[in-house]
Design a protein around this ligand. Structure first.
Ligand code: ATP
Length: 359
């Protein structure tokens, strides 16, 4: 039977911690569609690894169902062990065997598969998996002679060699140095696109999640608090937690004046798509790159704050300009040619359509 590659329903898992129970997974449900990269994103301890391990069958949930490609693998009294689930896995430590050649590492899942895979087919499948991760020609090398990035690709080839329905990736890039991580991010994304394999990805790295995912589920304390496309998660965070965790955000507390205006201590602001009623306490959230900076007072422009430059930090492709507005410090991202120095008086314009209004 075929169906949605992965459906997770009402998953719960608690771990005993002295007298209390830590709710590692607290009613988690989601569906991953064919060919998607679906990412669980959240801070350490939010439950993303536990969720992935439950999907893999390495963990039994207290409650809930997991359905892979139309087959119940966990729940309804069923528990299919990991090696009989149609999945490939790559973890943070790739688990490459140092005493084996590249070929044997990639071939391993086929060697232990039952029913036995014929020798010729093993060779053909390993060859195509190694070609897919651009390791053709490395078959005879010892795995320890590979660089970090190559080992990571070998781990991926090993996960793909059985042509699983679902690929599970748990922080697969976190052992690489920053530059290699960046390169592998693009490589992993294009490998995923080439193979079209449905992928469940776990990371705490927001850049990784934003750049690689079809959809993201942001997790907090065992729950999914927002699910959506990367663009929506970034541009339309629904809670302070999501706005804060994904990217840098400036916050300004206020109170709904009417549907299109919010009153704050530093003035009134016009907003769009504001789901609040007059009198509601709200939080305005504005990304650093959405703030327009003026070096002289703009006339007739709404949504302007006056401030003083606190610090200008050159970050290469941009400058991060910190601006003191009353008691608060606003972070703004500007063109690196910005002619402002510490102490300058400036005006911050907050375009109405770039202000997220959080309840
Ligand atoms: P990290 O990124 O640090 O791995 P995570 O978001 O993946 O974090 P989990 O590893 O799923 O989070 O852990 C969720 C919660 O469950 C944490 O509070 C953790 O301490 C607890 N937990 C996870 N595994 C166990 C275990 N085997 N025994 C006890 N508590 C556990």
């Amino acid at each position: 039977m075929t169906g949605t590659p992965l459906a997770v329903e009402g998953l719960r898992k608690g771990f005993a911690d002295r007298d209390t129970v830590v709710k590692a997974i607290d009613d988690v449900g989601f569906e991953v569609k064919e060919g998607e990269v679906y990412t669980l994103l959240g801070p350490s301890g939010c439950g993303k690894t536990s969720t992935l391990r439950t999907v893999a069958g390495l963990e039994r949930p207290d409650e809930g169902r997991i359905v892979i490609d139309g087959t119940v693998v966990t729940g309804d009294g069923v528990f299919v062990p990991p090696n009989r689930r149609d999945i490939g896995m790559v973890f943070q430590s790739y688990g490459i065997w140092p005493h084996m050649s590249v070929f044997e590492n990639a071939a391993f899942p086929l060697r232990v598969a039952r029913p036995k895979v014929p020798k010729k087919e093993v060779a053909a499948r390993v060859e195509s998996a190694l070609a897919a991760v651009h390791l053709a020609g490395f078959e005879g090398r010892n795995a320890t002679q590979l660089s970090g990035g190559q080992q990571q690709r070998l781990a991926l080839a090993r996960a793909l060699v059985r042509r699983p329905k679902l690929l599970l990736l748990d922080e697969p890039l976190s052992n690489l140095d920053a530059k290699l991580r960046q390169a592998m991010r693009a490589e992993l994304a294009s490998l995923q696109q080439e193979t079209g394999i449905t992928t469940l990805f776990v990371t705490h790295d927001q850049d990784e999640a934003l750049s690689m995912s079809s959809r993201i589920a942001v997790m907090q304390a065992g729950r999914i608090v927002q699910e959506g496309r990367p663009r929506d998660i970034y541009q339309r965070p629904e809670t302070r937690f999501v706005a804060d965790f994904v990217g840098t955000t400036n916050f300004l507390p206020g109170r709904g004046a009417d549907g299109a205006r919010v009153t704050t201590d530093v003035g009134d602001f016009a907003v769009k798509d504001a789901p609040h009623a007059p009198g509601d306490d709200v939080l305005l959230a504005v990304r650093p790159e959405s703030v327009l900076l003026h070096l002289s007072e703009p006339s007739g422009t709404p949504n302007v704050l006056r401030g003083r430059v606190d610090r200008v930090m050159f970050v290469g492709e941009a400058v991060d300009c910190h601006i003191r507005v009353g008691e608060a410090v606003w972070v703004t991202r500007q063109d690196p040619h910005l002619a402002a120095v510490s102490g300058d008086e400036v005006w911050l314009e907050l375009p109405a359509d770039k202000i997220a209004v959080l309840a």
